[in-house]
Design a binder for this molecule. Sequence first.
Ligand code: SF4
Length: 183
Amino acid sequence: MSTAVRWPERPDAVQVAGLVIDSIVDGPGIRVAIFCQGCPHHCPGCHNPESWAFAGGTEMTVDALEAAVMGNPLCRGVTFSGGEPFSQAAAFAALGRRLKAKGYEVAAYTGYTFEGLLAAGTAAQKALLETLDVLVDGPFIQARRNLDLRFRGSDNQRILDVPRSLAAGRALWYDGERWTGTR
Ligand code: SF4
């Protein structure tokens, strides 16, 4: 598994491609979605190829991102998306730890698989996994694209309950209607 990271990776700041403070399409409920800059996967058919280059975007500190989340009083969940959040794992792990301690549901998308991250992830990537409630994993595969899927682009991608998966040592699907139901 490639464990490409932003270079030099900063533990206190994320290179951000975009920020949506009232998203309703990046997970259930009203969420703050943080789209990071840089992705090593280059999936054919990617909806966001302008996020691939690691050189672009705007740097935002973990402090500033935390403040942006807390500035939306309706938000109870946060989604790290991309780009590839696991390419900036140290800063996202720091942000995730802070937000989880405040009671936010923390979710992330990744082009890696849960098994790949467990087997070959860096220490920072494993630390990020440990801060997550939900992980939507796997690359976008154009031949398996399905517009009926909720919060996923292709049917190889899985919506995983990360605490249960880490405890079991294997990928376990999120077991609730909020992420996997039809409404
Ligand atoms: S992992 Fe996501 S952002 Fe990266 S190339 Fe694949 S679909 Fe695009």
